[in-house]
Design a protein around this ligand. Structure first.
Ligand code: FE2
Length: 397
């Protein structure tokens, strides 16, 4: 039996076996404009769209792609759309982390029978080329998980190759930013993890939810011990899908010396849980960050003092665990303002953007892994010092 056959058999046996992250859906105030922001700053291709001109009368939708990342930017066109109310309450942000599965309706039924609350009922749209079925469950706060199953031309293998996303979408041709992005890649490959901020005292509730509803398991990693520090002012646990396709760290605020970033997020998000950051994986963090900086991405500024201690800290951990030291040029890492952390399996390079919209809510992380499977806890102290500086500038400390 080949690996492909094996995975198909497993998928058939378990309706909640996740095949891929189908897409990340955002609610934004103006998808037409947001598309250009993400294309120019992060190098996404503006690939397909649906709006009034294509007969989509309720919402406009732009599909942006890069590597195996598909972002769907969605804007309600009427004030009576519930999405309009969400935009008023939360501003732009992530609504949906959608999973590709073999059979969306079966996955949805299984999740609901496991205790999930219904976000929306199964819906199939089709044309002569194939079908797309979606069904949604509610997760923390304003976020949902859609299950998506696809057939014919809309199968995920075809979508990955640039095929049509869904019936009714129009391909976007002759856009110079798409040509520019092809010639100047940012190197983002896939969604490494998706972090949620939940209400005070609710972390364990949502950890149990991912276990009971979706069959995820607690992901054991280096950061587990003493996750809450004076500086972090947060508690965090990581849940991973069965095949480790995707990891969901879940944060709750913890008491600290100053107002935590989790608390700040909640206060600007109508005291409602939601997605705090999306981490995109790159094979070459240096090249990615250099290109993103060239395009004007607003990254967190790392205090100069950080680089006075980082190599000693990281190399000690790597040596103790029999790994070779960080191979990237140390000076270039410092010049690019990249963070470094290590664990028993290796090291990682990471960097966080500032909030992507006016409210201090959603941001992105760029992450490159050299063996390390953790999330950069060693950077919490440095990160929090940098974050607090930003909070102070916004008058929110
Ligand atoms: Fe992260």
């Amino acid at each position: 039996m080949t690996t492909a056959n094996l995975s198909q058999t497993e998928t058939a046996a378990d309706p909640l076996a996740l095949i891929d992250v189908d897409h990340i859906r955002f609610f934004v105030g103006n998808a037409k404009q947001a598309a250009f922001f993400y294309a120019y700053t992060f190098g996404f291709t503006i690939e397909q769209m649906a709006d009034l001109t294509t007969g989509s009368r309720d919402r406009s939708r732009y599909l942006l792609t890069q590597g195996n990342i598909r972002m769907l930017l969605e804007t309600p066109l009427s004030k009576d759309d519930p999405a309009a109310d969400e935009l008023r309450r939360f501003g732009d942000g992530v609504k949906d982390i959608a999973f590709t599965v073999e059979d969306a309706e079966a996955a949805w039924k299984e999740a609901v029978s496991n205790g999930a609350e219904v976000a929306y009922e199964p819906l199939t749209i089709s044309d002569e080329s194939g079908t797309v079925t979606t069904a949604g469950i509610k997760t923390y706060g304003r976020a949902v998980h859609s299950f998506v199953s696809r057939t014919g031309a809309y199968a995920i293998e075809n979508v990955k190759q640039g095929g049509d996303f869904e019936p009714g979408f129009k391909r976007i041709e002759n856009l110079s930013i798409n040509d520019f992005n092809r010639d100047n890649p940012c190197g983002l490959m896939f969604l490494d993890h998706c972090v949620g901020n939940v209400d005070d005292g609710k972390m364990n509730h949502w950890v149990d939810w991912y276990e009971n509803v979706l069959g995820f398991a607690m992901f054991k990693h280096f950061d587990d011990a003493d996750i809450s520090t004076e500086y972090s002012a947060l508690m965090s646990k990581v849940m991973a899908s069965g095949n480790n396709l995707i990891k969901f760290p879940i944060n709750e605020p913890a008491p600290g010396k100053r107002k935590s970033q989790i608390q700040e997020y909640l206060e600007w998000h109508d005291m409602t849980a939601g997605v705090q950051h999306l981490a995109f994986r790159t094979n070459d963090c240096m090249e990615s960050v250099a290109e993103l900086r060239r395009r004007g991405v607003d990254f967190l500024q790392i205090p100069e003092a950080y680089y006075e201690t980082v190599w000693k800290r990281v190399d000690r951990i790597l040596t103790e665990n029999g790994h070779t030291p960080v191979r990237e040029d140390h000076e270039r890492i410092r010049d690019l303002g990249i963070l470094v952390d290590a664990d028993d399996q290796g090291y990682l390079l990471q960097l966080f953007t500032k909030p992507l919209q006016d409210r201090p809510t959603l941001f992105f992380e760029i992450i490159g892994r050299r063996g390390s499977q953790s999330f950069g806890k060693g950077n919490f102290k440095a990160l929090f010092e940098a974050l607090e500086l930003e909070q102070e500038r916004r008058g929110n400390l």
